[in-house]
Design a protein. Structure first.
Length: 548
C-alpha cells in the first residue's frame, strides 16, 4: 500500500476538520484557552441549570394508594441543592420524602417522591391537588431560587353516598322530611323520663338522676301504654325518651348489655307503633355521668377520662346496630345538655366519634346534636364559661354528617321557667315592669317580644347554615302552671306561637308536668295536673300549629 499517497490525499480534509473543531469551541476567547476548558470541565457542565421532573405514575385514592414521580438535576451544580416537597392539601395527600438533596456527586440520580392519598368519610367526589416543589436553596447561584414545576394530581374518592331509606325521617336542608315524596314533617311531642335511679322508689325512698356509679336501679316503671295513648290523644306525634346508660349496662360490667334494657326499648317501640308516635332515643345520661346540665358538673368523667368515651361509643354503636332498620325511631339524640370541662371542642370531637361509630352500622337514622350549655370547672363546681353574648358562637358548631338536626333547650327567662329548681319566686309572665337581659345584652321587658328576640338569637347561627333545628326541651315551672295568676299558661301559648312561626321541631318537658303518675301500683294511677295546659297544647296541635 502506498501510505504516503494516502496521507497526501487526506491531508486537506484533516486540516479543514481541525479548523472546524477549533471554531466550535471558541466563545469569544482565544482558541487555545477554550480548547483547554473543554478538557477540564466536568461532565454536565455547560448545560443550563434546571430540573428534570418526571410525570406522576397515576392518581392516588382515599384507600391510601400511592403514586410516584422522580426529580433530578439536568446539570452538575457547584454546591448542594435543596428542594422541599409538600402537598397543597394535606387532607387529600401526603408526600415522602419532604426534602430532596442533590450534591455534586448525585445530581443526575433520579430521586423518587411517593404520594399517598389521605382518607376521609365524606362523599366529596374526586379532589384535585398539587405536589408543590419549592424554589431551590443552594450556594450555586445558577440553582438558588430556581423553582421546579409542580405536579398536578387527583385523590379519588372512595366514599359512597348511603342508600337512603325514605321510610325514615331525615334532614333535607332546614326541614325534616319523610316518605318517597319528601313530605315535610315536624317532630312536636313530649318528654318521657327514664333517667332516674332509686333503691326503694316505691317505698318512698330517695331517687336520683343517674350518675357515674351503680347506686340504685333505673326507674323504668312510670309509663304504660295508656300514657302513650294519652300523648297521642293530645296531638303529639313524638315522644322523646330520656334514657340513662344504666338501662343498658352497669359500671361493674360495662359492655355487657342488659337484656332488660333491650326489652324496654322494644316495648316502647311497640307502643309507639300502636299509637302513631315517633320516638327520639335521647341519651339523657351517658357513661361517666354527663348529660344533665343541672347536676353541677357531675359528669366530668365523660369528658376527662377516655374509658368513659370508649364506653359511650360502644353503647351508641350497639343501640344503632340493633335498631338500624326501625323507622318508628325518628332520631338518636347523642347526649342531653353537654357540659364539657375545658372547651366546646371536647363535645365536638366526642360527637363526631359517636356519629362515625353510629354510621358504621346505621346510615338511616337522623341524629340530633345538642348545643353545649356551658363549660364547667370540675374542681370548684363553678361555671368556666356561661352561655352569654361573648361566647354564644363557641357553643354552636356543625358536625360532619348531613342527616343531622341541631338542638337547644329553651328555658328562658330562667328566673321564671326554672324558679322551682332555683327555689325562688320567679314573678309573673308577662311583666312589662320587669326587665330581662337577653343573650345578646339587649334589655327587654319580660313578654312575648323578649321570647321572640331570644329565639331569633339562638336560630341565627343555624338559619344561615340551612339545617333543621329542634327545641328538645322547653316549658316552665310547675308552680307557674299551677297558679293561674302567674301566667304559666300564657307563657306556654306564646312559646307555641313563636316556635310555630319559626318552623321549629319541639318536645315539651315533660309528661309528669301534665299528669301525676304513680308507678308503684299495677295500673299506674294517673291524675291530671293541669287541664288548662293539656287543652292549650291540644288546641294548638289540633288547629294546625296555630296558637289559639
Amino acid at each position: 500500500m502506498n501510505v504516503g499517497l494516502k496521507f497526501k490525499e487526506t491531508l486537506p480534509f484533516l486540516l479543514i476538520l481541525t479548523a472546524l473543531l477549533l471554531q466550535s469551541c471558541s466563545s469569544g476567547g482565544g482558541g487555545s484557552d477554550n480548547a483547554a476548558d473543554l478538557t477540564t470541565e466536568p461532565e454536565g457542565a455547560g448545560t443550563a441549570a434546571g430540573f428534570i421532573v418526571g410525570e406522576i405514575s397515576g392518581n392516588v385514592s382515599e384507600s391510601a394508594t400511592e403514586a410516584t414521580f422522580s426529580v433530578s438535576l439536568q446539570s452538575q451544580p457547584t454546591a448542594t441543592v435543596f428542594v422541599s416537597v409538600s402537598s397543597s392539601d394535606t387532607s387529600e395527600a401526603k408526600v415522602s420524602p419532604e426534602n430532596l438533596t442533590f450534591t455534586t456527586e448525585n445530581w443526575d440520580v433520579e430521586q423518587t417522591v411517593v404520594v399517598t392519598g389521605v382518607n376521609d368519610t365524606e362523599v366529596d367526589s374526586d379532589q384535585a391537588f398539587k405536589i408543590v416543589l419549592a424554589a431551590a436553596i443552594s450556594e450555586d447561584d445558577n440553582y438558588n431560587s430556581l423553582d421546579p414545576v409542580d405536579i398536578d394530581a387527583i385523590n379519588l374518592d372512595d366514599d359512597v353516598a348511603p342508600v337512603v331509606d325514605k321510610s325514615f325521617i331525615r334532614a333535607l336542608g332546614s326541614q325534616l322530611v319523610v316518605s318517597e315524596s319528601d313530605q315535610p314533617i315536624f317532630l312536636r311531642g313530649i318528654n318521657f323520663s327514664y333517667d332516674r335511679v332509686s333503691e326503694t322508689f316505691c317505698g318512698g325512698g330517695e331517687w336520683r338522676i343517674t350518675d357515674h356509679t351503680d347506686w340504685g336501679e333505673p326507674v323504668t316503671c312510670w309509663y304504660q301504654e295508656k300514657h302513650f295513648q294519652s300523648a297521642s290523644n293530645i296531638g303529639f306525634n313524638t315522644v322523646r325518651l330520656n334514657l340513662s346508660y344504666r338501662i343498658f349496662e352497669n359500671n361493674a360490667d360495662p359492655g355487657n348489655w342488659k337484656q332488660s334494657g333491650w326489652d324496654l326499648i322494644d316495648q316502647l317501640v311497640a307502643w309507639a307503633k300502636i299509637h302513631n308516635l315517633y320516638l327520639i332515643l335521647d341519651m339523657h345520661v351517658g357513661p361517666g355521668g354527663a348529660g344533665i346540665a343541672s347536676c353541677m358538673g357531675c359528669g366530668w368523667r365523660t369528658w376527662d377520662e377516655s374509658v368513659y368515651q370508649d364506653r359511650f361509643i360502644s353503647l351508641w354503636t350497639a343501640i344503632a346496630d340493633r335498631y338500624s332498620d326501625e323507622p318508628q325511631i325518628a332520631a338518636f339524640d347523642l347526649l342531653n345538655e353537654p357540659v364539657p370541662t375545658q372547651s366546646t371542642s371536647q363535645w365536638q370531637t366526642l360527637a363526631q366519634y359517636l356519629i362515625e361509630a353510629i354510621r358504621s352500622v346505621d346510615t338511616n337514622h337522623l341524629l340530633i346534636v345538642e348545643m353545649s350549655n356551658w363549660i364547667f370547672n370540675k374542681n370548684d363546681q363553678s361555671p368556666l364559661q356561661n352561655f352569654d353574648p361573648d361566647v354564644l358562637n363557641s357553643f354552636q358548631f356543625l358536625v360532619n354528617d348531613e342527616n343531622v338536626a341541631y338542638d337547644y333547650h329553651f328555658y328562658l327567662p330562667t328566673q321564671y321557667t326554672l324558679q322551682d329548681e332555683l327555689g325562688i319566686d320567679g314573678g309573673i309572665y308577662p311583666d312589662a315592669s320587669l326587665t330581662e337581659t337577653a343573650i345578646d345584652g339587649l334589655e327587654l321587658s319580660r313578654g312575648k317580644n323578649y321570647l321572640d328576640h331570644e329565639i331569633q338569637t339562638i336560630l341565627d347561627f343555624w338559619i344561615i347554615r340551612n339545617v333543621p333545628m329542634n327545641f328538645g326541651e322547653w316549658g316552665t315551672a310547675d308552680s307557674a302552671i299551677a297558679d293561674e295568676s302567674t301566667g304559666g299558661i300564657i307563657y306556654i301559648g306564646d312559646m307555641l306561637n313563636l316556635m310555630g312561626q319559626n318552623n321549629l321541631n319541639w318536645q315539651f318537658y315533660y309528661m309528669n308536668r301534665l299528669y301525676r303518675i304513680d308507678c308503684c301500683f299495677a295500673d299506674n294511677p294517673t291524675t291530671v295536673l293541669s287541664q288548662d295546659l293539656i287543652n292549650k297544647l291540644s288546641n294548638y296541635l289540633e288547629n294546625g300549629n296555630v296558637a289559639p
